[in-house]
Design a protein around this ligand. Structure first.
Ligand code: WQD
Length: 320
């Protein structure tokens, strides 16, 4: 299969490309390098520098005998999406519609889409399964939920089959160390812990220690990027054999607290994480965990890289 990976130079995209190549797929990476990095490119994959906002360029990339598209190009900072929704409307909605239109025009019938647990909003029950109502709390989450609706229509009207992968908290780095591009200006917990421990920032905040959880801090479902990558390959193989679209959670079904991440990082690195307890961050649910049963049933997928130790050590190796 020949796969066009939109956003293939990014944090998750580069891990996906590595997995596809390891599974003998032909890969074309299309990325504008706005947040992705040249360091994340693989020699064995063709690279086109381009934006999903550039319709003619996108279309010409799709005319290279592409069998399926993986769409990871997008903006992903939840906080920024509330301050600058225009940027998210442009990239995550207009850009994504360009992708669907270019697929329709070039006759490509398969897409794997990078969605998010942010589509659910505050959990009404746990673990979250795919039937949980969608009530995004951020504009970012809204763009992901909207794209899922667009894909349902393009499935009906244009025969484009999709697998939408709702990632929980993506963490970790390739264990073989072949992906070296660090995220610039990270917004998520683990890279912030790493920046604090390696002296790149003086201190970090733990947002709230008065939640109704075992240690008072928020609990999340942290999933290793190599597990996410594996799910993309399996989703493509699924689409190759099945004519039915799917929406799947990708998580570990296990919850880890903010303090557990910090304590385990200290234990594994032998260093102290400089942190202070800060007020709760608005919009943070106490606990978010996934049911990943559907991904197991449909794809035979299961998280195998997502042990806490591996998550932390594979990240620390890069930040050291
Ligand atoms: C994790 C926990 C914070 C930073 C978001 C999206 C979700 C997914 C992942 C992809 C929370 C706490 C964080 C800090 C802290 N994205 N924290 N101090 O908010 O769970 O999920 O990113 O689509 O859809 O909603 O991730 O990494 O920001 O936070 O205490 O400096 O760490 O309060 O409990 P979140 P996160």
């Amino acid at each position: 299969m020949k796969i066009l990976v939109l956003g293939g130079a990014g944090y998750i995209g580069s891990h996906v490309v590595k997995d596809l190549l390891a599974n003998h797929m032909e890969v074309v990476v299309y990325d504008d390098l706005s947040t992705g990095s040249q360091q994340n490119l693989f020699e064995k994959a063709e690279f086109i520098k381009g934006s999903i906002l550039d319709y003619p360029a996108l279309l010409s990339a799709m005319k290279k005998n592409i069998d399926a598209v993986i769409l990871l190009a997008g903006k992903k900072a939840v906080g920024e999406s509330m301050e600058n929704p225009e940027k998210y409307a442009l990239n995550n909605l207009s850009g994504n519609i360009n992708v669907l239109n270019a697929m329709a025009e070039s006759g490509i019938k398969k897409i794997v889409f990078s969605s998010s647990a942010a589509v659910y909003g505050t959990p009404q029950y746990l673990p979250l399964d795919e039937n949980h109502p969608l009530n995004p709390m951020s504009f970012y989450g809204f763009t992901k939920a909207e794209m899922e609706k667009y894909m349902q229509w393009y499935d009906k009207l244009k025969g484009i089959k999709f697998v939408s992968l709702r990632y929980f908290n993506a963490v970790g780095y390739d264990e073989e160390g072949s992906i070296r591009g660090l995220e610039q200006n990270p917004q998520n917990l683990l890279p912030i812990v790493m920046e604090a421990i390696s002296g790149k920032r003086n201190s970090m905040s733990v947002f709230g220690n008065d939640y109704d959880t075992r240690d008072g801090t928020c609990i999340r479902d942290y999933i290793h990027v190599s597990d996410l990558a594996d799910a993309h390959t399996k989703a493509l193989l699924y689409l190759d054999k099945n004519e039915q679209s799917l929406v799947l959670n990708l998580g570990t079904e296990t919850g880890i607290s903010v303090l557990e991440i910090i304590k385990e990082t200290e234990r594994l690195t032998g260093k102290t994480v400089p942190y202070k307890i800060a007020p709760r961050r608005p919009g943070d649910p106490a606990i978010v965990t996934a049911s990943a049963k559907k991904a197991f049933d449909a794809l035979g997928w299961k998280a195998t890289h997502s042990g806490l130790e591996n998550i932390i050590l594979s990240t620390w190796r890069l930040y050291q």
